[in-house]
Design a protein around this ligand. Sequence first.
Ligand SMILES: [Zn+2]
Length: 109
Amino acid sequence: MNQFEGQPSIRWSLAGINEEGDEVYLIRGISRKLYRCPGCHGEIEIGAEHTIVQYVHRLGGTEHHHWHGRCAEELLVPELRGLKRVPAGESSQGKLEARGRRKSGQRRR
Ligand SMILES: [Zn+2]
């Protein structure tokens, strides 16, 4: 963590690999309903800017969670390897979910 902040923006998402080898994307989002942050168990209010954490599992499949930007930066980002910025347009939830489905097919043995 040096050239950039540990939070995604409108233009940039962040991508890294966690301990299990899953791809983890941090995407800036605006909440459309009330979410509960897994980091602090506090509420993320409707309309609040926050971080969507999208997992693309090594063995296929995806899942996502809604985090406070600050909680994700403090709790999640330090556990990720190879953190890099990726253009937000190439890391939309829809694209990542499609990627999870492809991987699932390719990698199953
Ligand atoms: Zn939080």
